[in-house]
Write a protein that binds this ligand. Structure first.
Ligand SMILES: Cc1cc2nc3c(=O)[nH]c(=O)nc-3n(C[C@H](O)[C@H](O)[C@H](O)COP(=O)(O)OP(=O)(O)OC[C@H]3O[C@@H](n4cnc5c(N)ncnc54)[C@H](O)[C@@H]3O)c2cc1C
Length: 413
């Protein structure tokens, strides 16, 4: 019998250390309340405590830590966006990802794979060149490559896509990576917890109290809390929370589904995305293929899975990789994507003093967790938007100053 099992299992003197402290009761007041224990809320709590010395913080979660989109995504990390605002922002995130496992003392299974966005038409190829040039301008390693380059990197791919969508080239983004999503939430959660932040699971915010245009506190299923600063980081629940304070954004909620295959021997190193076929896929260290497609085309607040999605995605996967015909799908699931019209997030201060927003992360917010934590903690601590998030302010819709990322964010994640 393993020594560890004997030591911890049979002796009360050596309890297995818990990942997080369990707090029975809420305090009557906190300096900051963060709504949502997904990667975004937890990252902000971590950097508030670590970089700004603000530790009297409560993170409130209606379900369980990482149980929202953080634990449901397909973990693609990249910075090959289209707008200068987007490229600079996501590039900083990719930089922060490099040191995260050491910061947390926790293996995040961060794995740099290279990311191909396939082009099936000449006009798609033109967009790839455009993205490559914007990326290079900001020092991000991306290049437009031809079909022969793609074939060499992914020899198993049918370059004709069953004859109806031949691949003419791609955008190749060398830093493209994947990581273990729940470990990221645990890492930020544990790091925040060790610095004095309280994480309260099974604690839903049911109301936000305001007076004279500023925040005074929140009501929860476990009682009221007084606070002058609230960060709302609730992804698919954003419209419900904003209704509580009378703020409105053009966010709409669409289900986003994904599925995973049985484990296979390693054969796919890079991450593959095809906007035309509505497919993205990577292979995990365990050998499973993690696959996703576009949003469900209707607004819905539900995480049910549909056969239509599985059939559509499987048929496009087989167009690309015909030998997968007999492979089994092990699991399928969905998350609630908070979509903005310009496919960029909404971040920063709001017209309500003391109320901060980190939302509109739709299908692309996993990669941004480190940079969101950094920039939102700065914004909450100082009351001023961090320079890197100026392009994502809530008032851009009012002034028609959109940050159009659709060409880089709609399927690629
Ligand atoms: C299928 C799928 C695939 C994706 N793939 C990628 C990808 O490859 N790359 C990428 O970068 N992004 C991807 N994303 C997007 C990414 O997952 C999200 O943008 C990101 O996880 C958002 O994190 P969050 O912390 O803001 O939200 P969440 O993780 O959803 O956390 C919000 C939390 O708020 C809680 N909450 C809600 N209301 C309340 C309340 N009233 N009181 C208390 N708590 C509340 C919820 O329970 C939830 O746990 C994908 C998303 C999905 C669904």
């Amino acid at each position: 019998m393993p020594h560890r099992l004997l030591r911890f299992g049979l002796s009360r003197k050596h309890p297995e250390p818990r990942m997080f402290t369990r707090h029975e009761n809420l305090k009557p007041a906190y300096d900051v309340v963060i709504i949502g224990a997904g990667g975004h809320g937890l990252a902000c709590a971590y950097y508030l405590a670590r970089d700004h010395g603000i530790r009297n913080v409560a993170v409130l979660e209606r379900g369980y830590l990482g149980g929202g989109n953080t634990g449901r995504n397909t973990t693609i990390i990249r910075s090959n966006y289209l707008t200068p605002e987007g490229v600079k922002f996501y590039d900083e995130s990719v930089r922060l990802w490099q040191d995260l496992a050491v910061d947390f003392d926790l293996n995040l299974f961060y794995s740099t794979r290279g990311h191909f966005t396939l082009a099936h038409t000449d006009s798609a190829m033109r967009t790839m060149r455009w993205r490559a040039e914007v990326n290079k301008h900001f020092g991000v390693r991306s290049e437009a490559v031809d079909a022969a380059f793609v074939k060499r990197a992914i020899p198993m791919m049918d370059m004709q896509c069953a004859g109806h969508a031949p691949i003419v080239g791609a955008l190749f983004h060398e830093p493209g990576a994947i990581a273990r999503h729940d470990a990221v939430a645990w890492g930020y959660g544990r790091g925040a917890d060790r610095r004095g932040v309280e994480i309260h699971q099974q604690c839903e915010v049911t109301g936000i109290r305001t007076r004279g245009g500023r925040v005074e506190g929140v009501d929860t299923t476990r009682g009221p809390i007084a606070t002058q600063r609230v960060l709302c980081a609730v992804a698919g629940f954003t419209p419900r929370l904003l209704d509580m304070v009378g703020l409105h954004t053009p966010i709409s909620i669409h289900p986003l589904q994904a599925m995973v295959s049985e484990p296979l021997k390693p054969w796919l190193d890079p991450i593959i995305v095809s906007g035309s076929l509505h497919v993205y896929v990577s292979q995990t260290a365990r050998g499973e293929l993690v696959m996703g497609a576009s949003l469900d085309p209707y607004e819905l607040h539900s995480t049910r899975s549909t056969l239509e999605f599985a059939e559509g995605l499987a048929s496009h996967m087989i167009d690309l990789f015909p030998f997968l015909g007999e492979v089994k799908v092990n699991r399928q699931w969905a998350g609630l994507a908070d979509m903005t019209p310009d496919f960029a997030p909404i971040m920063g201060t709001t017209p309500l003093e003391g109320f901060f927003l980190d939302a509109g992360w739709g299908t692309w917010g996993f990669k941004a967790m480190p940079v969101c934590g950094k920039t939102m903690s700065h914004t909450v601590a100082t009351g001023r938007n961090h320079a890197l998030i100026e392009g994502f302010a809530i008032d851009r819709f009012e002034h028609y100053r959109l940050t159009g990322e659709k060409g880089a964010a709609s399927v690629g994640h």
